[in-house]
Design a binder for this molecule. Structure first.
Ligand SMILES: [Zn+2]
Length: 644
């Protein structure tokens, strides 16, 4: 008998002995990090409200209880009873029964009302029908991404359970080594922004953290073939952890499956959906620009199928010797500071991913409170000595001024923005400015994937800042549903109409002017001296955005693509006012990064400054060393650090 089976037998015996006599356990299984307990007495189980929580804390495992398929009531009967239990105001839009696992997925407009106080309504459902309810939110704005991901996962449910069972056995396998060490190898994003990727390794386990592209340098992949990474074969990686969905962290996650990786990806639920959206778009842009895509869309689906979503604060076993916990990073929807607890109290490492330390309109600020941390791997995008951003109020005032000036000239305002994060932040600023009369009411056109990304935000309000979340819960106050927002969904024709029309604001991807509909907008509006181009986000070196910011006003039409209307000799003259309004970044500035470290509890012993250009990482590294007397590093790519 294998050790995992022995373990499960022991667990079954232990659980049985903990339960009252009238509750039986028919089997226990691992599914990913979870321990699933099947019982013939689901109703009795549900009657004892606290039982699952007590078991979970006793066994130190995440526990799910499911009815043994032999005792399930018929779906049509169950449907009626469930509808009676759930209050009508919950707005149930779909019930989906899975007889093989005894689960019923309930899609509702107000999931909180299906859950009830401390899960009381969920328990009432099980008490009445025996099925195990699982609740998801009906997106307030229809999102094709969310519905595609959900229906894909439904269709692949069997496959997915096989994957989860396999992953579960991997996680709970016996530890093989008596050796003790913790190493981090840098595979990218060191002394550069982009292509984030690291390997965290112990004698037992190897974990890949992030796998992104480098904006403005297509083809620069992280050093995946390093011996510490895929050099020893894709199967030697136990788990992939994705901090957030931005392409410079996620673009090559699907590529891993092409290399033969077949294990789990841990991320938050919104990160999973956003990764699907952004990587599919990445393939689309590559093919439109005539570049060979590095992988096929099939690989994106593989990646989604292998995602194991975790919520902030869930402590989760992801290997025999590693526990992972995500915390809010304040950067984009679902972004996570990833905390790894290694061994039994042996060592703790936190990877910041990208962070924003202060609250923004969209998110609460990054969490920097942990039970223990010895080493912090810290982003340094704005780590340079002078990388201070204007505070948010001043930034908003400046944006309002720029918009009013363009409006007075009868011009338009074009804002290149990342679809995910900055766009929604700017939408909130504009909505408020119009509501309070700081700028005139005018249409705000959203182009590229901004509308779709916004729909995903409204699907997961739990991940947004407290007061914004509350507004979204009240339908009529949802700021993203304000009437001035218009989704450009009819392509070039609609853009031409907008370009020919009156004053307006246009938010368009890509955020660094490296492709996408922004190119078409530039060709329409570039020659117009009354209009303004406003940068609100970081422009990486090598991107067209950075070059325009630096004063480029003759853009080769090859850059703006076929839509370019030419300024003679194959160039487009850029006559727009070019403005930069900083302070809307999703990244902490220098002060924010220092505050994150200074107020971190506990203070880490070592800090690796990564994900910033050479100067930023070195400046931040030396400042943290001098000010806080900790060991700091600004590693290059392909360095390995041994801790312990
Ligand atoms: Zn990011």
């Amino acid at each position: 008998m294998s050790t995992v089976e022995q373990q499960l037998d022991d667990l079954k015996a232990e659980i049985t002995s903990e339960l009252p006599n009238d509750i039986s356990v028919s089997s226990v299984k691992y599914e990913g990090p979870e321990l699933v307990v099947y019982t013939r007495d689901p109703k009795e189980f549900a009657q004892q409200g606290d039982l699952i929580r007590k078991l979970a804390s006793k066994l130190r495992k995440r526990i799910t209880v499911r009815p043994d398929p032999s005792v399930l009531s018929r779906p049509d009967e169950a449907r009626e009873q469930i509808t009676n239990v759930i209050p009508e105001e919950a707005g149930v839009t779909d019930l989906d029964f899975h007889a093989d696992t005894g689960e019923v997925v309930i899609e509702a407009e107000k999931p909180g009302m299906v859950i009830g106080r401390h899960g009381s309504t969920l328990r009432d459902i099980t008490k009445s029908v025996g099925w195990t309810p699982e609740v998801v939110r009906t997106p307030p704005i229809e999102s094709s991404t969310v519905s595609n991901v959900r229906s894909f996962l439904k269709q692949e449910r069997d496959d997915r359970r096989d994957i989860l069972e396999r992953v579960g056995r991997q996680i709970h396998r016996e530890e093989m080594s008596d050796d003790e060490y913790v190493r981090i190898t840098t595979l990218g994003c060191c002394r550069e922004v982009g292509r984030a990727s690291f390997i965290l390794s112990t004698p037992e386990t190897r974990i890949l953290i992030d796998c992104g592209d480098k904006p403005g340098a297509e083809g620069e992949v992280p050093y995946l073939h390093a011996p510490e990474a895929f050099g020893a074969g894709a199967q030697t990686i136990d788990a992939v952890v994705l901090t957030h969905a931005h392409l410079d962290h996620s673009a090559f996650i699907p590529l891993l499956f092409k290399y033969g990786y077949d294990g789990p990806i841990y991320c938050t639920e919104p990160t999973r959906d956003l990764m699907g959206l952004l990587t599919l778009d990445y393939l689309d842009v590559a093919s439109k620009e005539g570049r060979a895509p590095p992988y096929e869309s099939e690989m994106v689906r593989e990646a989604i199928k292998h995602c194991i979503p975790l919520e902030y604060g869930d402590v989760t076993d992801i290997a025999p010797d590693v526990k992972l916990t995500f915390h809010n990073a304040g950067h984009i929807l679902g972004s996570a500071v990833s905390h790894f607890h290694i061994g039994d109290g042996l060592y703790n490492v936190a990877f910041s991913g990208d962070i924003h330390y202060d609250d923004t309109r969209l998110f609460n600020g990054a969490v920097n409170d942990f039970p223990r941390v010895e080493t912090l791997v810290l982003e340094s995008t704005y780590g340079g000595r002078n990388d201070y951003q204007t505070d948010q109020e001043d930034s908003e005032r400046k944006l309002v001024d720029v918009i009013n000036e363009a409006h007075d000239r009868d011009g338009k305002v074009l804002i290149p923005a990342f679809a995910v994060g900055r766009s929604q932040e700017i939408m909130l600023v504009l909505e408020e400015a119009m509501r309070s009369g700081k700028i005139p009411e005018m249409p705000v056109h959203l182009d590229g994937m901004i509308w779709e990304a916004t729909a995903i935000h409204t699907t997961y309000p739990e991940y947004l800042r407290d007061d914004l979340r509350d507004r979204i819960f009240h339908e009529d106050e949802n700021p993203f549903l304000a009437e001035q927002f218009n989704h450009i969904d009819a392509g070039e024709e609609e853009r031409q109409d907008v370009a020919d029309g009156g004053p307006c604001i246009i938010l368009s991807t890509s955020g660094m002017v490296t492709g996408g509909p922004i190119m078409s907008w530039l060709s329409h509006l570039g020659p117009d001296p009354d209009s303004s181009l406003v940068f609100v986000g970081y422009q990486a070196q090598g991107t067209l955005g950075r070059r325009i910011q630096n004063g480029w006003d003759e853009i080769p039409t090859s850059e703006v693509g076929a839509a370019g209307n030419g300024g003679g000799r194959g160039t487009l003259s850029l006559n727009m006012n070019v403005e930069t309004v900083d302070g809307f970044s999703g990244h902490a500035d220098r002060a924010g990064l220092e505050n994150f470290v200074k107020t971190m509890n506990p203070r880490p012993e070592k800090v690796l400054c990564v994900h910033g250009d050479e100067r930023s990482t070195q400046d931040l590294s030396s400042a943290l060393y001098h000010d806080y007397n900790m060991r700091t590093f600004a590693p290059k790519n392909l360095e390995t650090f041994r801790f312990l």
